[in-house]
Design a protein. Structure first.
Length: 202
């Protein structure tokens, strides 16, 4: 993956995010996933893009048997645990997305103990606007999975993940699925047709 910078040196935030996203893309490329992912921070656009990449890789678009989506504070923790324990139906993986449920911020010991029994074929993605790094759930997800903070870089940069025949022989994403944004904020980030997200040669 080649990262071309615009206007100065990449900030520490961008370098960190690039490393974190590289890890996720490597998981997708090798088809080896963590049981747990935690995405949090103010860059909602970036979070959405990485969420969609995981979803596309793990379950087909019409797979309702192995995909579960929970949103908001009323998510049933017991149901989530039972699904996470359940083997996928005619598929390699089961995906659960917990979007702003609060369970990635603060969870009781019963929920955490239940997560420990999740099937190795299950992938549970927590999405939160913020987290408490002192909490038991954050420490658990960081240790047993992969926690990624998506923050605003604070400056205007281009993220260009560029595919070339030399560095990406097995490229398979459509050009129209370009990922790179032209500016730092979610509100005015734009997709450019000449930028692509490439999982190869990371």
């Amino acid at each position: 993956m080649k990262i071309f910078k615009k206007k100065g040196i990449l900030s520490k935030a961008i370098e960190r995010d690039a490393k974190n996203m590289k890890k996720i893309l490597e998981d997708i490329k090798t088809n080896t996933y963590e049981r747990f992912y935690l995405f949090y921070g103010e860059e909602k656009y970036m979070i959405s893009q990485m969420k969609n990449q995981l979803k596309k890789a793990l379950v087909s678009e019409d797979d309702t048997m192995n995909y579960s989506y929970f949103e908001g504070k009323r998510a049933d923790a017991i149901e989530i645990i039972e699904l996470a324990k359940t083997l996928p139906f005619f598929s390699d993986h089961r995906l659960l997305i917990l979007d702003e449920t609060g369970l990635g911020k603060k969870s009781d010991d019963t929920f955490i103990e239940g997560l420990k029994e999740a099937s190795d074929t299950s992938v549970v993605l927590f999405i939160e606007d913020s987290v408490d790094k002192r909490s038991k759930i954050y420490k658990f997800l960081s240790k047993e999975g992969h926690a990624v903070c998506f923050e605003s870089a604070g400056q205007q940069y281009s993220w260009n993940f560029i595919r070339t025949p030399e560095n990406c022989p097995d490229y398979h994403f459509d050009k129209g699925r370009a990922w790179a944004g032209s500016v730092r904020t979610e509100e005015n980030r734009k997709i450019r047709s000449d930028d692509v997200l490439c999982p190869c040669k990371l």
